[in-house]
Ligand binder design. Structure first.
Ligand code: ZN
Ligand code: ZN
Length: 287
């Protein structure tokens, strides 16, 4: 299959301490693959200096985008952000976000909220996840994770959330496989919060290369979300992303997400321009 005509809405440049790509390297790869649109979404984490993003650095990234856009006329390049949300830092985050818009002279295209840490443990980190997961009953941990994510959604700061069930990342390595059925109450309550608050989420394909070997979120999560959207009369708000940290990761497995969406009857996802949602038609899958 091909990823031609798709979008990749989760990309980190070298500005994020753990990533290794320039905007131009991503654009070159995206143009080669025939993607329609990409979004740069570097980390902003007020608790960790090495993951923090200053408005000045955001302005540098914006300059890179502006320099690249005329070079790649068939590719739309967006600028977003991936914010680590902490309930006790709500006001600080709310005050910090407008400074990016000031620095680049326009609103960011979208703001993505996320959680990578619980009880002081970075559960998404290979070095730390075992502290939370090894030998523990995973169900209360999953329930607590969805409570944490509920706080991200109700903060009112975000257009979408990233990798909405990232707690599954080390399933298969540090904890056994946990069927959706066993934590569905917590997941469904979180999904209801997404729908009520008109906040969307990213289908993150990076999990396909993690021990869990699946996308974030699970198929069951996505099915429940689509069902809840339908009964609430709301249009789903979905983007797809690779969470690339290297140029070669851009675009990888996006076709798997597109195929899953198509199988579930979804033909339209969402893109963002300066905070406004724009419906995006999924291309027909070729090959
Ligand atoms: Zn993330
Ligand atoms: Zn990320």
């Amino acid at each position: 299959m091909t990823v031609q005509g798709l979008i990749d809405y989760h990309l980190h440049t070298s500005t994020s301490t753990d990533a290794h790509s320039t905007v131009d390297e991503y654009c070159a790869r995206a143009a080669k693959l025939g993607l329609a649109e990409i979004a740069i979404t570097n980390h902003m984490n007020l608790q960790e200096d090495r993951y923090h993003l200053t408005p000045a650095v955001m302005a540098e990234v914006w300059s890179e985008i502006q320099a690249c856009q005329p070079k790649y006329p068939d590719l739309t390049i967006r600028l977003g952000i991936e914010v680590d949300y902490f309930d006790d830092l709500h006001d600080e985050i709310a005050q910090a976000l407008p400074k990016y818009a000031e620095a680049i002279g326009r609103p960011l295209d979208f703001v993505m909220g996320s959680a990578h840490e619980m009880d002081g443990v970075r559960f998404a980190s290979r070095k730390q996840a075992h502290k939370l997961l090894v030998g523990a009953d995973p169900i209360p941990i999953y329930e607590k994770f969805f409570e944490l994510m509920t706080g991200v959604v109700t903060s009112g700061l975000f257009d979408i959330v990233a990798h909405p069930d990232l707690i599954r990342r080390f399933t298969g390595l540090h904890s056994p496989f946990v069927p959706f059925e066993e934590y569905k109450e917590a997941a469904n309550a979180f999904i209801a919060t997404l729908v009520e608050n008109d906040v969307g989420f990213e289908i993150n394909v990076k999990g396909l290369v993690h021990p869990v070997e699946d996308m974030y979120p699970t198929k069951e999560f996505l099915v429940s979300y689509l069902k809840q959207c339908k009964s609430a009369g709301r249009a789903p708000i979905l983007v797809i992303g690779t969470d690339a940290h290297y140029p070669d990761h851009l675009g990888t497995n996006l076709d798997v997400a597109a195929q899953r969406l198509r199988q579930l009857g979804v033909s339209e996802i969402t893109t963002f321009s300066q905070g406004k949602r724009i419906p995006f038609q999924l291309p027909e899958l070729i090959g």
